[in-house]
Write a protein that binds this ligand. Structure first.
Ligand SMILES: [Zn+2]
Length: 430
């Protein structure tokens, strides 16, 4: 039996009064962050250190009673302030770690002041949170209607197999969402129903995913028609937006439309990904995907890239918990494993491959393959070495890719009964 932390997200349908309350809470959270950032700045100037989240909470409790200008605090749940202090605490610690080189990923800047309209409207609540039917109940805000039924989560919390830890409310375009962080107990099956099966999966934009399994079967999940239509509209809206004068009313309108379309694409994509990843996790014991430097890619200017990057991270997260739920394993190839550049037949490495080249042609053995299928085959080959790596507790290297192939097991995807840590990332022996 394992406990996994998952998220449940629902679109909200608030009444006008509730919507005002949501905006007020988002404002309170922003205010608390900025207020705390100010206090931390003062202390840093004097003592070279910051306040912790708990200290900020104490300071706030004194200040809110003493300062008449803060008398409005009681209009919002006290959690909204408290959680903002916790966030700032974490941001400051992450900043310090990043500075010292103790944190992976891109370098973090110092936490900034949040300006209204310039940052995402969001806040987090803890405490008396629940859901039933088509409503969610949040502290202070009460029962808010949702667009979809929350029955599945409600049943699980009622049965005691899931517990809601917190609720993050945020606004995307004009729509409000609540995302519950849930600790769920899973009676994960010890073994997969189809032991020994494996599939390599290449994630893409137009073709959501291309897989090659151990029997050589190729599966391609094309992005659905609504997705390509939404992507087309998104591209057009993006161009239209950039043509408008910055700061103009037209620009603002175009930006709002663009944000709505982004949200729509994300929705459609998430739906399609859910279906596809559920099917994969049910059919295959081992699923191998590429590791993508998602934080590094966000800065990419190309729209298709930006959209797909969100999808990659999402697909990975879905596969991680769904494989576990089915008693399988998700293996993640090393970030530098050149899955699309290697010949899946002989292991020859193509010196360069542009995104426009849709067919892989080997310069050594003459093998040709669809680009994505070739990449998926290479990932599948890793599954074999991955099985070794799990038993031997270190990643193996596939012959022919000197110093390239290393595998890691996605944290949290260990089989039930094992510890949830990743197997040590392999030293790439040449
Ligand atoms: Zn070849």
């Amino acid at each position: 039996m394992a406990t996994v932390v998952t998220a449940y997200r629902f679109a909200l349908d608030p009444s006008p009064a509730q919507e005002r309350a949501l905006r007020s809470h988002a404002g309170a959270s922003r205010f608390a962050w900025n207020w705390a950032l100010g206090r931390c700045g003062e202390r840093y100037a004097a003592e070279r250190k910051w306040y912790s989240g708990a200290e900020l909470h104490k300071l706030w409790n004194t200040a809110k009673k003493a300062d008449p200008a803060l008398a409005w605090w009681g209009e919002n749940s006290k959690c909204a302030y408290q959680e903002a202090f916790r966030d700032l605490d974490r941001a400051l610690r992450d900043f310090t770690k990043s500075r010292k080189g103790q944190r992976k990923g891109r370098r973090l800047g110092f936490p900034r002041v949040k300006k209204k309209g310039r940052c995402r409207d969001s806040f987090r609540l803890t405490g008396a949170i629940g859901c039933a039917g088509s409503t969610v109940t949040l502290p202070r805000l009460g029962a808010i209607r949702t667009h979809k039924d929350t029955g599945k989560l409600a049943a699980r919390t009622a049965a005691g197999t899931a517990r809601i830890l917190s609720a993050t409310v945020s606004r995307t375009a004009q729509r409000w969402f609540v995302s519950f962080t849930v600790a769920a107990r899973r009676d994960s099956p010890q073994v997969h129903v189809r032991p020994g099966t494996a599939i390599g999966v290449d994630l893409g934009v137009k073709t959501l995913l291309t897989g090659v399994d151990d029997a050589g079967r190729v599966t391609a999940v094309a992005g659905s028609r609504p997705l390509s239509a939404a992507l087309r509209r998104l591209r057009r809206a993006s161009r239209a937006c950039s043509r408008k004068q910055p700061g103009s009313a037209r620009r603002r309108k175009a930006a709002a439309r663009l944000a709505r379309l982004h949200a729509r694409v994300a929705d459609v994509r998430a739906d399609a990904l859910h279906k596809a990843t559920s099917a994969l996790a049910a059919r295959y014991e081992t699923v191998v995907v590429e590791d993508l430097n998602v934080t590094g890619m966000i800065s990419s200017k190309k729209l298709a890239r930006a959209v797909s990057d969100q999808g990659f991270g999402q697909a990975r997260r879905m596969l991680a918990y769904k494989t576990q739920r089915n008693g399988g394993t998700l293996l993640v190839a090393d970030r530098w494993f050149p899955s699309s550049k290697l010949c899946s037949a002989c292991g020859w490495r193509k010196p360069s491959l542009t995104l426009a080249e849709r067919t892989f042609a080997c310069g050594q053995c003459g093998h040709t393959d669809d680009r994505d299928v070739n990449a998926a085959r290479n990932l599948l080959h890793l599954a074999a070495s991955g099985a070794d790596s799990q038993n031997a507790c270190r990643a193996a290297v596939r012959p022919g890719n000197a110093g390239q192939a290393a595998l890691k097991q996605e944290p949290g995807t260990a089989h039930a009964g094992q510890t949830g840590t990743a197997t040590p990332q392999g030293t790439a022996a040449a």
